[in-house]
Design a protein around this ligand. Structure first.
Ligand code: ATP
Ligand code: MG
Length: 364
């Protein structure tokens, strides 16, 4: 079977959280540890982070290292995955500039993820053009590496759709029957709870910008405080009351992270989440007990990641080196794609003997 190219990324607007881990990161780790891919690019999208943090560039540049540390702590292997720093790849901006012509303003305004983000950010009448058009810049990120698959959470589906619209329009207009740039497919987590992990408030998606996260680097004490004050089932007032597991973030997190072996170790009264859910729904199990179990599960999941982070924090120059090496490789590929794009549009004026011959003939 033909090996694939995978590409995804995170915005350096804060350290990574459980939402990233359970979706995009786990998928990337899965690809890294299988033989599906010939190349994997994992970006830190600092230019994209600036589109809504332009007033605070230090926040973005500081978090570049945070995200790189989180990537490597989770087990991303730089020998198999290229870490890419977006701002250091000039070809991406050039590509995005040409793609801007292929997308209408109303199309950008219809993007459901951008729509929800605009509501949150309250730009009102001052929406930065850079922010509204970030799906186009993201399309360039994906297209630059000839990506076949984009492993992400569900909120990224509109971005992949936008990317493929650009690909099809570009190839139709400039391809002369050939594929100049490559379409991609979204790759989503198989567990429905991991598609869009809710925040601690139980309302919106866990998101760095919403301050409703359990960060991968949070200390056990901080995680305990966060889990113990989590929103659960407002109708489950007394232990004997029947509880609701649907839309209950504690159970959604258990679905995403708990395995039967966690039950054996930390909650042997039950064999599986299915059994626990049944009992909770019947009544007789207190929220504190469930939260304690969730705490054990999360701490066990994060413990090896945090150990590795401690080691990496002692070797910051190594982390920057990994980022530099990956970015170097990415620049090469992106430059080749950009060359193809410019040639297809007809923007090769110099060292182009066939163009010179054509013009000479025209003027003879
Ligand atoms: P920001 O608030 O700055 O947008 P974020 O927390 O939404 O940050 P991103 O960097 O935008 O994180 O997202 C990076 C990747 O992680 C994307 O693939 C996205 O789908 C995935 N992701 C982010 N949050 C979640 C979540 N709560 N559940 C599942 N996947 C998520
Ligand atoms: Mg986001």
């Amino acid at each position: 079977m033909q090996k694939l190219i995978a590409m995804n990324g995170m915005r350096p607007t804060g350290p990574l959280h459980l939402g990233h881990y359970t979706s995009a990161l786990k998928l990337t780790l899965g690809l890294q540890n299988s033989s599906t891919c010939k190349e994997i690019y994992l970006m830190i999208a600092d230019d994209q982070a600036l589109t809504d943090n332009y007033g605070n560039p230090a926040k973005v540049s500081d978090n570049v290292l945070e995200v790189a540390l989180d990537y490597l702590s989770c087990g991303i292997d730089p020998n198999k995955v290229s870490l890419v720093l977006q701002s250091q790849i000039p070809a991406l901006k050039e590509m995005a500039f040409y793609f801007l012509d292929l997308v209408s303003l109303s199309r950008l305004e219809r993007n459901p993820t951008v729509k929800a983000e605009l509501k949150q950010k309250e730009f009102r009448n001052n929406i930065p053009v850079g922010f509204l058009s970030y799906p186009i810049s993201q399309a360039a990120d994906i297209i630059a590496f000839n990506s076949d698959i984009v492993p992400v959470g569900e909120d990224q589906a509109p971005m992949v759709e936008q990317t493929n619209e650009i690909v099809h329009k570009f190839n139709y207009l400039y391809g002369n029957g050939k594929e100049v740039i490559h379409p991609c497919k979204i790759m989503l987590p198989s567990k429905k709870e991991s598609l869009r992990l809710p925040g601690l408030d139980g309302k919106s998606k866990m998101s760095k910008s919403l301050n409703n996260c359990i960060y991968l680097k949070d200390s056990p004490d901080v995680i305990k405080t966060k889990i113990m004050s989590m929103y659960t089932d407002p109708l489950h007032l007394k232990v004997e009351d029947p509880g609701h597991t649907k839309n209950n973030p504690v159970f959604i997190y258990l679905e995403a992270f708990a395995s039967d072996s966690h039950f054996k170790k930390y909650y042997p009264e039950f064999n599986s989440l299915k059994e626990l859910k049944k009992a909770y729904e019947k009544g007789g199990i207190g929220d504190v007990k469930i939260k304690r179990f969730l705490l054990d599960v999360i701490l066990e999941t994060l413990s090896p990641i945090q150990e590795k982070r401690k080691e990496l924090e002692k070797n910051i120059p190594y982390v920057y080196k990994v980022l530099e090496e990956g970015t170097k490789k990415a620049n090469k590929v992106a430059n080749t794609t950009l060359k193809r794009i410019k040639e297809a549009i007809g923007l090769e004026y110099f060292n182009n003997s066939s163009l010179i011959e054509y013009q000479i003939k025209k003027y003879q």
